[in-house]
Design a protein around this ligand. Structure first.
Ligand code: FPP
Length: 249
């Protein structure tokens, strides 16, 4: 099943604060959250879904234009089988439950990642959820599932090569799995680790990085506002000097 909807790239306004922002999040720390409570890791992931739901609402209220989250990496297949199965089941359940609320909040859902190894019923549910939310315009939520930054660059380059197209920056950007949104302005990683872990390698070239010690299930609205305040205090120069930025402001 394929949903044919426009993959128009959202353009970024230069007057920001949260309006028109693209926030990407590595939601790390579910396992530790559960371990601290003597619970199985999957309980942490369930709580992670709740944190994600709060975060989507909070971002929509702040007029964030795009939110992209890392839900399952290409490398997560190496986790114990019961955890992998639980994450796949959680995604299926979340889809069934959340689509009506996404529609109420005007959130369009999009999945990025290699769908081929996923069970057929899940692939169908992903496509159905994308179709069901395709008309929403307030915010784009991209869930990266079975996604890896290296996979993304390779699939984009392979697609261009197969079409006999020259590989330029613009062509490659347009063939990546996140071609429907502008590059993230802010990349947040929770859980205290200081790395990108193969997430959006191409797209985060100029993103501001923000690391939080909070475990993902504890990442609440106040924590999001702290990250946004830190972002607002940064000077984004995109390779230029402070003086040049001031002159063009
Ligand atoms: C990393 O925490 C988190 C994941 C691999 C899964 C992220 C998934 C969610 C937040 C739930 C939302 C998911 C769906 C399916 C929509 P970790 O398990 O590596 O935590 P740890 O570093 O404490 O072990």
């Amino acid at each position: 099943m394929e949903c044919l909807f426009q993959r128009t790239r959202l353009t970024r306004s230069t007057q920001n604060a949260e309006r028109k922002m693209h926030i990407a999040i590595v939601m790390d720390g579910n396992g530790r959250w559960a371990k601290q409570r003597f619970m199985p890791r999957v309980a942490g992931h369930r709580q992670g879904v709740e944190a994600l739901r709060r975060c989507i609402r909070a971002c929509a209220r702040r007029d964030v234009q795009a939110l992209t989250v890392f839900a399952f990496s290409s490398e997560n297949w190496n986790r114990p089988l019961d955890e992998v199965s639980a994450l796949i089941r959680l995604l299926g359940k979340a889809l069934a439950r959340e689509v009506p609320e996404l529609n109420t909040n005007g959130v369009r859902l999009y999945f990025a990642g290699d769908r081929q190894p996923l069970p057929e019923h899940l692939r169908n549910e992903l496509a159905r959820a994308e179709c069901a939310t395709a008309a929403n315009r307030r915010m784009v939520l991209t869930v990266c599932f079975n996604y890896g930054g290296r996979w993304d660059i390779v699939q984009a380059a392979a697609r261009l090569a197969a079409q006999g197209q020259p590989i330029t920056e613009a062509a490659l950007s347009g063939a990546l799995a996140l071609a429907h949104v502008h590059d993230p302005d802010l990349l947040i990683r929770t859980g205290g680790e200081l790395r990108i872990s193969n997430f959006l390698l191409w797209q985060c070239a100029y993103s501001e990085l923000y690391f939080s010690d909070k475990l993902w299930p504890d990442f609440d609205e106040a924590a999001l506002d702290e990250a946004l305040a830190a972002y607002r205090a940064r000077e984004r120069r995109f390779g230029r000097t402070t003086e040049q930025m001031q002159r063009s402001a």
